[in-house]
Design a protein around this ligand. Structure first.
Ligand SMILES: [Zn+2]
Length: 376
């Protein structure tokens, strides 16, 4: 597997206009927000507004062309049973977070955009008395009410054992995904899948999960019937499967952790070792990232790695504009825009090619919301 190049971020203060992928170098940047759909070769592929405070004007919708689809991907990780905002106890996060605010924010964004995914990267449980008393039911019901599309399992989601997890999972109206936990417990096996495919705005989005090694984190008796397997191999298999299914976007919900010294599996290493993942939404290390890390393929395809701290203090947002591959819309048709011609790259994915995917990411942007009093 070829080593992938990490292109370091260099943010312009406040505006957050960044260049990353190799194919983007030398292109004209027109930057700014809400410019509508412009030919791919003339706009920055990457815009980032470091923090979108709740009271501020939001990102304007992209005016997607006829052969383009604008997806908004919202994400959390390590929410840790934080139902109410952090208490006003003088701590660094006092007054922040809370599921009611998050729900209102998600509702507002869904009101502005037709194609929204809401995802979580694990450790939903543990951290407040809500979990001690209700064993996870409240957390899962709140997430279901918010319309989460998928989540993965964190180590703390096993804190009441496999049976404790199985007991409350009926309160989750969304699927759990994990591609590297081999699940032999028959009750849990029916509730956790390696991946799911969501069709949003006509675009097939593949979502798979990766969990952290149990050793040192989850006592053996609490994960009986679930075993950890190599996350990179599982990710390669998931990517190949999802691309063969015609997924135009592949998202990994990872509870591996952002980065470690040494070779311990992490999102940072995953992005470099496994090709074909568009977006790695991470957790476990409670890392507040100001913007995603972006890794670029030799063929110009990017992998973004992002994580939004913990406790529901932030809601992550990444927008992607996907353009239909192949023949552009007929000249003169409404919304027709010349697309940057991007050929498929057969052979660069194990066991499959990208020819089946009808869309390709064209532009990325994003900014994280601070879930705070400004949203009240
Ligand atoms: Zn964790």
């Amino acid at each position: 597997m070829k080593r992938r190049e990490f292109l370091a971020a260099a943010a312009a203060a406040g505006g957050g206009l960044l260049f990353f992928p190799r194919w983007a170098r030398g292109l004209t940047a027109s930057g700014g927000k809400g410019q509508g759909s412009l030919p791919g070769a003339e706009v920055s592929p990457w815009e980032w507004d470091p923090l979108l405070l709740g009271g501020r004007q939001d990102l304007e919708p992209w005016a997607a062309g006829q052969d383009e689809v604008h997806l908004v991907i919202l994400h959390t990780n390590d929410t840790h049973s934080r139902i109410d905002p952090f208490p006003m106890d003088g701590g660094p996060h006092q007054g922040l977070g809370g599921v009611a605010r998050r729900a209102a924010l998600v509702r507002r964004i869904r009101g502005e955009h037709p194609h929204v995914l809401l995802l979580d990267a694990g450790d939903i449980f543990q951290g407040t008395p809500y979990f001690n008393f209700f064993r996870g039911e409240i957390e899962l019901r709140a997430m279901s009410a918010m319309g989460y599309d998928a989540a993965t399992l964190g180590n703390h989601d096993f804190d009441n054992g496999v049976s404790g997890l199985v007991d409350v999972l009926p309160h989750a109206a969304f699927p759990f995904v994990s591609a590297n936990y081999r699940i032999e417990d028959p009750d849990l096996a029916g509730r956790v899948q390696p991946w799911v495919v969501r069709e949003v705005g006509g675009v097939k989005v593949g979502i798979f999960g990766l969990g952290i090694a149990f050793e040192g984190l989850v006592p053996r008796q609490l994960h009986e019937g679930v075993s950890y397997e190599d996350p990179y191999g599982a990710a390669q298999g998931a990517v190949a499967h999802l691309r063969r299914q015609g997924c135009s976007l592949v998202i990994c919900l990872s509870h591996l952790g952002y980065r470690y010294s040494g070779e311990r599996p992490s999102d940072t290493l995953l992005a470099q070792k496994v090709e074909g993942i568009d977006l790695i939404l991470g957790g476990h290390t409670h890392t507040f990232m100001d913007r995603p890390d972006v890794y670029s393929d030799a063929d110009g395809r990017s992998t973004l790695v992002h994580q939004v701290g913990f406790g529901g203090i932030r809601l992550g947002r990444i927008d992607v504009l996907l353009a239909r591959e192949g023949d552009p819309a007929p000249a003169g048709s409404p919304g027709a825009a010349p697309h940057r011609q991007v050929g498929p790259s057969p052979g660069d994915l194990p066991g499959g090619s990208r020819t089946a995917a009808p869309f390709r990411p064209l532009r990325w942007r994003g900014g994280d919301y601070v879930v705070g009093p400004a949203l009240d």
